[in-house]
Design a protein around this ligand. Sequence first.
Ligand code: PEP
Length: 252
Amino acid sequence: MLTERKSLITGNWKMHKTLAEARALAREIRLGLPVKARLEVALAPPYTALAAVYEENYGSPICLAAQDTYWEKQGAFTGAISPVMLKDAGCRFVIVGHSERRQIFGETNETVNRKLKAVLDTGLCPILCVGETIEQRQAGRTLEVVTAQLREGLAGITGLSGENLVIAYEPVWAIGTGLNATPDQAQEVHGVIRRLLAEMGAPAQSIRILYGGSVTPDNAASLLAQPDIDGALVGGASLKADSFLKIIASAG
Ligand code: PEP
């Protein structure tokens, strides 16, 4: 990894953890966090636990992330949460376009684009997720799919920087399946994403590109050693402090 980009390890807790469990996990992670200058850590609990995790980590270097957002600031949108509310709750990052949002909740590159604009307008940093399904990979369409997700997701957005955008490459076939991309497979796509960002006029060398998909303490070091892998978005292995802290220890 180039020295100008700090590693970012983000835990996506998905629809897990009661308030008491979230507080306990956040505390264990905070107490076990190594001091590393070139490392950032973020936790994305469910909405209901954002405030509790914020309180638990207050004064520590751990950042708060949301798992999703709506694109409007406020209004009659029952069940929705806006970026303004997420900022108010202490978030710095917002995951946008996670494959579970795309596949289960029908999100498209267009809705992802609206969310990205709203998150950026609010001064938060989106973590834009892209990645192909197994059928798309087997049909040789990985780069085409990822390119479209990136181009359409970021359409009309200017002023990008290493401070206000993070990309996560998450092959859908690797999420929650125990099948991770090999370091070479991941590096190939990360390299393409960085070239695309440069073609789109963004400061590609400053923008962090995380890998996500069955990252574990056993495979984290070899993935994070790749030149264009700047961190990890971790689902299952972030639900226990022990495994998440081991992944953090391999970064930075
Ligand atoms: C994710 O949810 O973004 C993810 C990568 O999950 P897992 O680590 O469980 O594959």
